[in-house]
Design a protein around this ligand. Sequence first.
Ligand code: KG4
Ligand code: ZN
Length: 370
Amino acid sequence: MSHQNLPKNSALAGPVLAIESSCDETACAILSSEGVCLAQRVVSQDGHADFGGVVPEIAARAHLALLPGLVQATLKDAGMTPDEVGFVAASTGPGLIGGLIVGASFAKGLALSLGKPFVAVNHVEAHALTARLPGLVPGGAAFPYLLLLVSGGHCQCIAVEGVGRYRKLGGTIDDAAGEAFDKVAKMLGLGWPGGPALEKLAQSGNPKAIPLPRPLMGRAGCDFSFSGLKTALSQKLAPYGLDPLPHQFAADLAASFQQAVADVVADRVSNALKMMPEAGLLVAAGGVAANSVLRARLEEVAASAGLRFAAPPLRLCTDNAVMVGWAALETCREAADLGLPQPDDSTVRPRPRWPLEDMAARFTPQESVV
Ligand code: KG4
Ligand code: ZN
């Protein structure tokens, strides 16, 4: 449907106060209408390490305990009073439903008490749009671009064609990349989250020492699979039983695993770029994008396709609320450009699954995102 005959609206005015609570990071940020970050805070919850992974119930209770103080502290950092907030935003999916309910309810309650609108944000869309934060990528991140999202919960190649316009080109058929790093790190007796510890151990290892499979490498498309790689690695450990691993062997395994993941991801991304010849940029986001071996491979892939490569700084690659506020601003600006009413999502319910493809509905009159 054309929006050309609809009256032009102006976008909701900031500052936007944004909340993130979809996994185990509790975060709040305040951004100006132009997307300048005025203050931001992230608490990476402890209390999960003993269980070797995020425990949803612990995460939800921690969000509840942390949010009031965190929001107050972020307002104080920005030198603002609550009534100076223009509107409130929060991730309402996809993610762990308990945490989403806590964050979204808190944000809606705050918006209601201030008499300001509430904007629901898709967490994956927020990762997808982060590269467009003002000043982040030299030369800017104009649409269309290819996003590789690699985190503990996500592993996908997404064609980012515009605000609300996403096409999933491929994704994991079993584990997410970060999940594979975490599980392998656990097998090697490293702490949790395992990715950073594994990368550190790999620095003293030989990436060619131990042959490991490269699942799906060389196959068409850009799906990912990591479970066979994980199983192959566990078989290399079997002869040691419960004995501690010799340090050099553990380091060689870590380096060989990291190299296998980087090879596979590079192969998949290079196929994704062929599926999206119009892409002007390759963007990586998510915690695993912090891995320096992977980053180096992705730079090579982008260069051989004649493209720039951009990865937001680590604090914006991992879960944070700046990206949530920015996605809300982009959504409001897009609605205004299309002459559509500004979102007021106070009735939107949090949802554990929320495919990116559904976001186009926001910009289709008469449809709702609920
Ligand atoms: O994006 P993120 O903070 O949280 C979500 O999962 O949404 O990503 C966390 C994941 C964990 O699995 C962690 O082990 C992995 O990112 N990770 C890394 C590195 N730093 C974090 N994996 C490999 N190398 C790293 N340097
Ligand atoms: Zn995330």
